[in-house]
Structure formats: structure tokens, C-alpha cells
Design a protein around this ligand. Structure first.
Ligand code: ADP
Ligand code: MG
Ligand code: ZN
Length: 472
């Protein structure tokens, strides 16, 4: 039988606050194990949480970025469970009254509804040493502020799920909510998936695959589950509602716990944190403080800057690259030429060197200046590439680099003229042959001129002058 996959996601995103959500420890990624922990985030009795207002504002921004209603009233609850990465033995989260509800994100012309976004605290990290058979606990991540974004089961394929996660990640990045570095775990996804027979509209029983931390594993886990559940249903058996873990090495999923073994979280209202209240004015102020979102930027690039849609999309898809481009375009409104240099040469150099845009040794202004030199006819297109490469390797000033490498074009006609006269005098045979109709020799003569004049020769000017002299 053929089945339609039904998929809903829970996306955990770490928010970009400096400090943790209920204490003043640093929320930054990494750090020596257990060096960013205090009595509060270690869950010692007698300590009280104090809500980080920055985290609340970022969660509201996430709501606006994903087209949600940001609620004027939300509140915290305790979710009780014991696991060694959670020293308090409960997680502070929002259960009954989440900060945002009812959002949507459009993917391929289809709205994927967002049920809710709530604020919660991250747990620590356990590092298992399989060889020694022991586990280490690192509590640096305890209390890092998270949002959890829960979708309705509106996705229907692995590709759709991937595109959705990419779009959400991009919007969170633009909104300044989350850096969305899946490889560092700052964005993690739980996939809920069930199958229903074609033509049916009744959802099947779902499995939940926890904690996927790359787009690739999201896709592979979904594809594996589709196969696994199809086999079960084809045999006339029933899918069990359970939580499963995806194994990256084997590309399969394994049961962690079934519904019967599921925790009873014994939620109750968190007594130590007052509810979060927003006035209308506060909500509008946050909305107005939102940075430019990808769709707006797309319009600016295509309508104001005249970039082709494809180029605009390529730039916007990488926020850091797009920010770099923006900064360069502010220095020199040669929008298309800058986009070309960024999308072709800059990207090539980044790929070749394995560097990120944030690692480069030169500024957007430097790149804008290369384009300016080229626009003014001071350097050739090829020289622009060479200068960029040198900037890449050792930084510096584009004009100085051009001078030091003889890349400033000889626009002085008289200097070129004497070079051309010399070439004509030294190649009498070729000149004769050209004059009697052999057009191909022109290329050779042009080559001689360029060789004499060096890379700095303005090719257009040299060409025109050579033509003129040969016609005399
Ligand atoms: P829980 O609280 O047990 O995790 P929720 O109702 O909050 O359950 O749903 C969690 C996620 O599961 C949501 O993203 C939702 O869209 C998805 N989901 C719910 N039912 C199904 C189903 N039958 N098939 C696939 N996904 C589902
Ligand atoms: Mg769940
Ligand atoms: Zn702390």
C-alpha cells in the first residue's frame, strides 16, 4: 500500500543572550567543563530564579519572525523529571500559557502552521565514555535560554521538513534570536512522524525521533521511519507510539521508550517566577525593533539594487555573506558588480580555503574599493580577481596592492602608442600578412603588445590603438 507521511516538528533553539535564563552565568557555547555554573543553575536548594528579560524579548521576536501572536500574558511551569543532566530534577518551561501561539511559515506556496513557541531552560550535557563505561556531566549548558517551536502536523515529506527547518533557522538568524549552528547544538529538532494510507485523512500513530542536529540526519531519520512504518503497516501490524533515537552511523532509529513508559511530568505552575506581561505598547516596540527579515531584504536587493532573483536568493540564504555584501554596497553603490565579485570570486576563495566569511582578513570596504578601481577603469576585471585573492591571503589596501603588483592599467595613450609602434616595427612580416587579409594575426600582435606593456595595459585602449595603427 502507499502511504502519505504526516510530520510535525519540535525545534529547540538556543537564544543569543549573554547570560543564562535564570542566573548571570555566561550562556556562551563551550568553555571548560563546569566553569559556567553557579548555585542557581546547578539547582542548589534555596536559590531563586530571576528571569532574563533579554530572553523574553528574543522569544517575542521569534514569534514575530514566524508570524505568531505574541501573547500579552504567559507563564512558567515546572516539568518534573530526573535525569543526570538536569540537577534540579525539574525543567522550568511554559506549558499552559506559552509566550507565542498560532504562527505560520510558507514553504513552496504552502503554509506550515506553528502551534506554539514557549520559553524553557536547556539541560546540561552528558558525555558518555563507552570504553571506561562511565559518563561525565557538564552543566555549562544548564539554564541556557531556549525556545521550543512546535508545528502542527502539516509537513508531508522529508524535503518539506528540511526546507521548513532551513527557513525557520534563517528567520531566527535574521531576527537575532539564535545563531542556528546545528553542529554546535544551538538548533535541534525532534521529528514526529506517522503514515496514513493515500486517500485517508485520519492520522496514524506517530513515532517521535529525538534530538536531530543536522539537516542531513533529519532527512535520513524521516526516510528511515517511512520505510520502517510502511513495513509494519503492510504486515497489518500497528505502529507503537514511542520515542526513538536516530543513529547517525547506522542510519536507523531505535526505540528509547514507549508511551507506557513515558514520564508523568507532573506539571504545575512555577511558583518562583511571576507571569510575563506585555502591554500593547511594549509589543509594538519589540515589533518595530525587529531587524530586516529575509523577505524584506530580497525585495531591497531585487527592486532597489536590481539584482537578479537568483543572486538575491543566494546572498540572502547566507546571512553573514549577505551582511558582508550589504556593508560593501553601502561603501559603493555598484550593486551588481559587488554582488558578482562576492558570489563568484569571494565564494570561490572561501571554498578553496575552507574559511568562513567571519574569518576573512579584509573589510567589506576593501572589497567595495576593488570594484571602484575596476569601475573607474584603473584595473582590469582579471586584476580585480587577483587583488581579491591577495587580500584573501594577506589583507592590505586594494590600491596599494594594485600598485605593488603592476596592476594599474596604462591608460596613457602615448606610452601605449610607442609600445605598439615598437611591436609593429619588430613584426613586419605579421603586419604584412594582416594587411593582406589574414585577420588571425591580429590576436598575435595584440599578444605582443600585452606582453610588452605588462598586465597593467588597458586592453580596450590597446586594442583600439593597435587597430588604428594597422589601418594606417
Ligand atoms: P506531545 O506533547 O506528546 O509531544 P503534541 O500534541 O504536542 O504531543 O505534538 C507534538 C508534535 O507531534 C507536534 O509537532 C505535532 O504536530 C506532532 N503530531 C501530533 N500528532 C501527530 C501525528 N499523528 N503524526 C505526526 N505528527 C504528529
Ligand atoms: Mg513532544
Ligand atoms: Zn548560573
Amino acid at each position: 500500500m502507499r502511504y502519505i507521511p504526516v510530520i510535525g516538528l519540535e525545534i529547540h533553539a538556543e537564544m543569543l543572550t549573554h547570560s543564562k535564563v535564570f542566573c548571570t552565568c555566561s550562556a556562551e557555547f563551550g568553555g571548560e567543563e563546569n566553569s559556567r555554573v553557579c548555585p542557581r543553575c546547578a539547582g542548589l536548594p534555596g536559590t531563586l530564579p530571576v528571569l532574563n528579560q533579554g530572553a523574553v524579548t528574543l522569544a517575542a521576536k521569534a514569534g514575530f519572525a514566524l508570524d505568531c501572536t505574541v501573547n500579552p500574558y504567559s507563564a512558567f511551569d515546572r516539568k518534573n523529571y530526573f535525569y543526570p543532566d538536569l540537577p534540579k530534577a525539574y525543567q522550568i518551561t511554559q506549558f499552559e500559557k506559552p509566550i507565542c501561539t498560532d504562527g505560520k511559515v510558507n514553504i513552496r506556496g504552502k503554509d506550515i502552521r506553528i502551534n506554539r513557541i514557549h520559553i524553557e531552560e536547556d539541560a546540561g550535557k552528558l558525555i558518555h565514555d563507552e570504553y571506561e563505561g562511565i559518563s561525565f556531566a557538564d552543566y555549562n549548558r544548564c539554564g541556557v535560554p531556549l525556545i521550543e517551536i512546535v508545528t502542527e502536523p502539516d509537513l508531508r515529506s522529508a524535503d518539506e521538513a528540511k526546507e521548513f527547518v532551513e527557513e525557520v533557522a534563517l528567520r531566527l538568524k535574521y531576527a537575532g534570536v539564535c545563531d542556528a549552528r546545528m553542529e554546535q547544538g544551538s538548533l535541534r529538532v525532534d521529528v514526529n512522524i506517522s503514515l496514513m494510507p493515500y486517500g485517508s485523512s485520519e492520522f496514524g500513530t506517530r513515532a517521535e525521533i529525538k534530538n536531530l542536529n543536522s539537516l542531513k540526519s533529519i532527512v535520513r531519520a524521516i526516510e528511515y521511519e517511512i520505510e520502517r512504518q510502511t513495513e509494519i503497516l503492510d504486515k497489518g501490524e500497528k505502529v507503537v507510539q514511542e520515542t526513538r533515537r536516530f543513529n547517525d552511523n547506522h542510519g536507523n532509529t531505535k526505540a528509547l521508550r514507549s508511551k507506557e513508559e513515558a514520564h508523568d511530568y507532573r506539571y504545575f505552575p512555577e511558583p518562583d517566577i511571576p507571569p510575563v506581561l506585555f502591554s500593547e505598547a511594549e509589543l509594538s516596540a519589540i515589533r518595530e525593533s525587529m531587524p530586516e527579515m529575509p523577505q524584506k531584504r530580497f525585495e531591497r536587493y531585487t527592486k532597489e539594487y536590481g539584482l537578479p532573483e537568483k543572486d538575491a536568493e543566494l546572498l540572502i540564504g547566507d546571512k553573514d555573506l549577505s551582511d558582508f555584501y550589504d556593508a560593501a554596497a553601502r561603501c559603493n553603490p555598484s550593486y551588481k558588480a559587488i554582488a558578482n565579485l562576492v558570489l563568484v570570486e569571494l565564494l570561490r576563495n572561501l571554498n578553496d580555503s575552507g574559511m568562513c566569511i567571519s574569518d576573512v582578513k579584509f573589510s567589506p570596504a576593501n572589497l567595495a574599493q576593488i570594484v571602484k578601481l575596476s569601475d573607474e577603469g584603473k584595473i582590469s576585471k582579471n586584476a580585480a580577481k587577483d587583488i581579491l585573492k591577495i587580500l584573501f591571503e594577506s589583507g592590505g589596501d586594494p590600491l596599494e596592492i594594485a600598485k605593488a603588483n603592476n596592476l594599474i592599467m596604462e591608460s596613457d595613450a602615448s606610452a601605449l602608442e610607442s609600445i605598439i609602434d615598437k611591436v609593429i616595427a619588430e613584426n613586419a612580416d605579421s603586419v604584412e600578412s594582416y594587411k593582406s587579409g589574414n585577420q588571425k594575426v591580429f590576436g598575435f600582435l595584440m599578444g605582443q603588445v600585452v606582453k610588452e606593456a605588462g598586465k597593467g595595459a588597458n586592453p580596450q585602449l590597446a586594442r583600439d590603438l593597435l587597430m588604428k595603427k594597422l589601418a594606417d
